[in-house]
Design a protein around this ligand. Structure first.
Ligand code: SF4
Length: 252
């Protein structure tokens, strides 16, 4: 069957700066003589994780699985304890934490150090959010919806940090409901522009088409969010590879 159709690509797509940087650092670290592992998947993209494994960069879930070699910290980042544990184990560390994530980690750290009650606006189970939480001294509250802002008590000083890939619009709504909780409020809007740009570009493309394909890891929060946003505008499929394409999707 031949299906003719116009294909429009979103203006901003593909791996972001932080992910490209992490993949390059991982590739550059591969060595035939030194065991090189990422701590967790370098990105939430099974195809790229498999490619790196074939190039000699495998993965461990926990530092205890490594007695020697090089450990690569992925773009999501980790808490300070992981750097300490890696140093104590004598491992070489290649830090591929995205600089935007570092900024969010340091914002949480500095706000906590300055005596602010810290709120992280983000997904509780996301590794990046866990790392930001650990940099706050594990004292921050993590909330991801306007409803959950009820958990934030009135206080003297309130500091707010965002997960880098959080929805800009949702962040704005959550912050708006927190404005009456303290007189001294510091907001670190640590959402990275790559996320904003991809979300805007995906929505703009979705408005022009009959069907949207969002291609990326199904375990990726970023890609899943893009698919959810597009689904609000037009029928959308989230796929990882061309093998998942179904002709029936494109029949009028
Ligand atoms: S913070 Fe932005 S640039 Fe960095 S890895 Fe995440 S999406 Fe990519």
């Amino acid at each position: 069957m031949v299906i003719k159709m116009n294909v429009i690509l979103a203006q901003n797509l593909g791996f972001c700066y932080g992910v490209k940087r992490a993949i390059k650092l991982a590739r550059d670290s591969a060595s035939p003589s030194v065991r090189t592992c990422t701590l967790g998947p370098i990105i939430h993209n099974p195809q790229m994780v498999a490619k790196l494994a074939a190039e000699g960069v495998t993965m461990v879930d926990d530092l205890s699985e490594m007695q020697e070699g090089t450990v690569i910290i992925r773009s999501h980042g980790v808490g300070p304890q992981v750097y300490e544990a890696a140093a104590a184990a004598g491992l070489e560390v290649v830090d591929a934490t995205c600089p935007h994530v570092k900024k969010a980690q340091m914002a949480a750290h500095d706000l906590a150090a300055e005596g602010y009650d810290v709120v992280i606006v983000g997904e509780k189970c996301h590794p990046e959010v866990k790392s930001i939480l650990e940099w706050s001294g594990s004292t921050a509250a993590v909330i991801e919806s306007v409803e959950e802002t009820q958990q934030v008590k009135a206080c003297g000083k309130l500091g707010i940090v965002a997960q880098t890939t959080f929805s800009g619009e949702k962040f704005r709504l959550i912050v708006a409901t927190l404005l009456d909780r303290a007189n001294d409020i510091k907001i670190a809007r640590t959402i990275c522009t790559a996320t904003d740009q991809r979300q805007e570009a995906a929505l703009a493309a979705a408005r022009q088409v009959d069907k949207m394909l969002v291609i990326g890891g199904k375990n990726s929060g970023n890609t899943t969010r893009l698919a959810q946003l597009c689904a609000q505008v037009c029928p959308t499929e989230h796929i990882e590879t061309a093998a998942e394409l179904q002709p029936a999707w494109f029949l009028a």
